[in-house]
Design a protein around this ligand. Structure first.
Ligand code: PLP
Length: 423
């Protein structure tokens, strides 16, 4: 029965029942952490071979370069060729970096603040600089911009990507808007796949600020949960067609492919952007870890197809976990009609919405020993205007732990709905 249709008596009985169940969970002294989207130890084990796939005398790149030594700022040519298909670009459009894409996103944005983009006035020299933040979105993106002194502007997400009518209007009118954060494939946390129409509208954007950049974080581009994953138009290619190729920086990493602590991040952009970025990069490093580039190349036999196959092993481990979350939500909450949630085709998160109840649910879960990502985390400054969104991260716990955590979660969601209806 829908909660909205329950009379006071039925609501009170429902609330009492939820409370009883909740207290039983509390008595179990649970200690479960679902706060961040990390690969599980079993997923990490899939890549254990990478730690010893180089023999002692295997340290030369194809061109004879000694990878143990300094140099080769933008990455081994064969590493560029290996990663190019991941971002759907040409090898020459890629810089192969260190272990974290967040680190290079931070670096690229901070560089724009201090030195501008391609010779423009530094963003930080303007009285005000703004960044568009599709919401809900990735908390660390927003934190980077906030830390660098930018003003964060919410843009609503739709089923096929950010609301492009709003994006186009804002960037056309306001030259203090310098950037937008995008996770185009299986967005964090909504699991949204931007449609080709949205990608093309991004590619054709005509911002008033000539130094505007799209930060296109394709963190989950190969992280599919379905057999026939969606195929997406390529931003850089479309931007080239639109004569707008300098508008974007594209990022990805192997963090959730191999090992997050010791993976490889890449950036792709137009030749003009790359020339500027490489020049700046040369001031901060003499070169990234090329032995790690070699390790990744050897582990995957130098073939991107092998990386794609490897992702199927991740899928086999995590798809059942997404299933646990989705079926528990469906079984326990669908009839009550109190919430909605995503059923993503890939990525690392399920986005759950229950109006006015997110903080209460997170706190009830915490008091019953289940730690979730903080309510509001997916919004700039941690402020969710509707107090509705919770990011569920199913990958790290075991299936047993996850089921237990979800049992607590749905109980908390029901109790919060009952309290809200009775208030
Ligand atoms: N981008 C998104 C959208 C993420 O969700 C995450 C991690 O959760 C990252 C980037 C972090 O990437 P990296 O490990 O390459 O720094």
């Amino acid at each position: 029965m829908r909660v909205a249709e329950m009379n006071r008596e039925a609501l009170e009985a429902f609330a009492a029942d939820c409370k009883k169940q909740y207290e039983a969970f509390q008595a179990q002294g649970l200690k479960l952490d679902m706060s961040r989207g990390k690969p599980s130890p079993k997923q990490l084990d899939l890549t254990n071979g990478i730690t010893n796939c180089l023999s002692e005398d295997d340290y030369k790149a194809e061109n004879g370069l000694d990878c143990r030594n300094y140099g080769c700022l933008d990455g081994l040519p064969e590493a560029k060729a290996f990663f190019a298909p991941m971002l759907g670009v040409k090898p020459e459009d890629v810089i192969v970096c260190g272990n974290s894409s967040l680190n290079i996103m931070y670096w690229a944005m901070s560089l724009a603040m201090t030195n501008g983009v391609m010779g423009s006035k530094p963003w930080g020299k303007y009285d005000k600089v703004k960044v568009l933040c599709p919401v809900p979105g990735y908390d660390r993106h927003f934190a980077v911009s906030e830390f660098l002194g930018m003003e964060l502007v919410n843009v609503p997400m739709k089923e096929d990507g950010p609301d492009m009518d709003i994006v186009e209007k804002l960037v056309a009118e306001d030259d203090t808007i310098k950037a937008i954060w995008c996770v185009p494939m299986y967005s964090n946390p909504g699991g949204v796949v931007y449609s080709d129409a949205v990608v093309k509208r991004f590619a054709a954007l005509k911002p008033k600020a000539k130094d505007f950049r799209i930060f296109w974080d394709n963190a989950y581009c190969v992280h599919h949960l379905v057999d026939n994953p969606p195929v997406q138009a390529n931003l850089l290619e479309e931007a080239k067609k639109a004569g707008n190729e300098d508008i974007c920086y594209m990022f990805a990493s192997t963090s959730k492919i191999t090992h997050p602590g010791s993976g490889i991040a890449v950036i792709a952009a137009s030749q003009n952007n790359l020339a500027y970025l490489k020049k700046a990069l040369g001031f901060s490093t003499i070169g990234y870890d090329k032995m790690n580039q070699l390790r990744h190349l050897r582990f995957f036999g130098g073939k991107f197809e092998n990386l794609v196959e490897h992702m199927k092993k991740h899928k086999a481990l995590i798809a059942p976990k997404f299933q646990i979350v989705e079926s528990t939500l469906e079984q326990e909450l669908a009839d009550l009609d109190i919430a909605n949630w995503s059923n993503p085709q890939g990525g690392y998160f399920i986005s759950f919405n229950q109006k006015g109840c997110a903080k209460r649910i997170v706190s009830l879960c915490k008091e019953a020993g289940v730690v979730l990502t903080g309510a509001g985390a997916s919004f700039p400054h941690g402020v969710d205007p509707e107090d509705e969104n919770i990011r569920i991260s199913p990958t790290f716990p075991t299936e047993e732990e996850l089921q237990k955590a979800m049992d607590v979660f749905v109980c908390a969601a029901k109790l919060a709905a009952a309290e809200q209806a009775l208030a």
